[in-house]
Design a protein around this ligand. Structure first.
Ligand code: NAD
Length: 427
């Protein structure tokens, strides 16, 4: 492979997060003696679109210019697929890294998609509903040529939800002159969404926790969970884990965390956040910061908020037995090594949070066939596929003597390599 260093300032997407994604790829590619031509091809995205557009605040006179991104990493496997995030820190490097991870994730789960990701650099907490709708519709029209049910299919991610997907679907459909539900997944049921999609990522995370506990000889019903992030993924993990008998001892959101070593009353927490939006002020719990939360004693730690949370600085202080990555990219490469040395089992994001894209795939298939499945069917198929992938990846890890992250990447990259080899190079 030519020396195309991962920290090359000529690469527009060169950021710490992109470098993390590339370092993970390099480590795996080396381990599996990947064809250098394919290796180099996978280090950069096939397409990246950057847009800037005006957006009017509710006061009418304020018009802000905001940046939006859509990156398609791999077009070999079928349409591209990946979430759309609204966050103040969104940049081209972050979106590129997330698109790469989506490629591996889809391949591990054997889904006919390549990876993509998108985002708008905006703090969603500053947006009224009307502002969120305007920003979504304008961003959709900016990227309308690159998305579509056969091209690239967005889904919810940090700061976006079913409502945002509905506005994207409506904007796209208005342009095409007919309803096109397949342009996004994670839609509400009424416009072609799938049963079980909202909980799918969290349900997949729990499936991995159950498998990891089995592997580590831990009884699930006596486990103590610490969960960072109480949004779609974190709240679902907390709810299902509590239903299955685990104790949720700590939770957090963007503002702060709450901790009760005897276990939080989940019904009371849900009622509190419904009324107050944030966990802050919840009675019967101590206040902890997001950083303190990660170091609390527990059996299962689930980061389910943002990237870059477990680093060289705090990896030695973690007191969990199993780390299951609900968020994308929460652990740095250095931290991964420290955790490995300490015997903490890490279930990587590209496996642990792949339940979301798996049910997104179900949603896409149901939409194409106009034939919809029951929630039970969706959940059964999801759990079966997640268990199969976990088993597959664990097998590779044992066989090759590598950790689960490297094994998962080896699984994903191997399928992509074969597809690329079969298709050849055009022209
Ligand atoms: P969400 O917006 O529904 O929830 C995010 C949660 O994290 C909220 O509680 C928010 O307050 C908190 N948070 C935001 N910024 C934070 C910060 N700086 N520090 C601490 N907490 C913070 O988002 P989500 O859909 O639950 O996604 C969470 C993570 O899971 C992201 O990394 C996302 O990429 C990943 N993920 C989501 C899905 C999905 O289907 N939604 C699928 C795969 C991966």
């Amino acid at each position: 492979m030519t020396d195309n260093s991962s920290s090359d300032p000529r690469l527009e997407w060169d950021t710490p997060m992109y470098r993390l994604a590339v370092s993970q790829l390099d480590r795996t590619a080396e381990r599996m003696s990947l064809d250098p031509n394919i290796w180099e091809r996978l280090r950069t995205p096939q397409r990246a679109q950057v847009v800037s557009f005006p957006f009017r605040r509710d006061d009418y006179d304020t018009v802000e210019t905001v940046f939006g991104y859509r990156v398609q990493h791999l077009l070999t496997m079928g349409p591209t697929k990946g979430g759309l995030r609204y966050d103040n820190d969104v940049n081209l490097g972050e979106v590129t890294a997330l698109a790469m991870w989506m490629s591996w994730k889809c391949s591990i789960m054997n889904l006919p998609f390549g990876g993509a990701k998108g985002g708008v650099r905006v703090d969603p907490r500053t947006l009224s509903k009307a502002e969120k709708q305007r920003i979504t519709r304008r961003f959709t029209s900016e990227i309308i040529e690159v998305i579509g049910p056969d091209r690239d299919i967005p889904a919810p991610d940090l700061g976006t939800d079913e409502q945002v997907m509905s506005w994207i679907m409506d904007t796209y459909s208005q342009q095409k002159g007919h309803a096109v539900p397949g342009v996004v997944t994670g839609k509400p049921i009424e416009i072609g969404g799938s049963q079980g999609r909202r909980e799918a990522t969290g349900r997949g995370v729990i499936t991995c926790v159950l498998e990891a506990c089995r592997q580590a000889g831990i009884h699930f019903d006596s486990t103590r969970f610490v969960i960072q992030g109480f949004g779609n993924v974190g709240a679902t993990v907390a709810r299902i884990a509590a239903e299955l008998g685990a104790k949720i001892v700590a939770l957090s959101d963007v503002k702060s965390g709450i901790y009760n070593e005897l276990g939080l009353d989940m019904a009371a927490v849900e009622a509190w956040t419904l009324e107050h939006s944030y966990l802050e002020g919840f009675p019967d719990a101590d206040i902890v910061t997001n950083q303190e939360l990660l170091e609390l004693p527990c059996d299962v730690l689930v980061p389910a908020a943002i990237q870059n949370q477990i680093t060289e600085a705090n990896a030695s202080a973690l007191r969990c037995k199993i780390l299951v990555e609900g968020a994308n990219g929460p652990t740095t490469l250095e931290a991964d090594d420290i955790l490995g040395d300490r015997g903490i089992l890490v279930v990587p994001d590209i496996l642990a949070n792949a339940g979301g894209v798996t049910v997104s795939y179900f949603e896409w298939v149901q939409g194409l066939q106009q034939f919809f499945w029951s929630e039970e069917e969706v959940n059964d198929r999801l759990i079966r596929i997640m268990k199969g992938a976990f088993k597959d990846v664990s097998h590779i890890a044992k066989q090759e003597g590598v950790n689960l992250r490297t094994a998962a990447m080896m699984r994903g990259i191997d399928r992509i390599k074969e597809a690329k080899r079969r298709r050849g190079v055009f022209p």
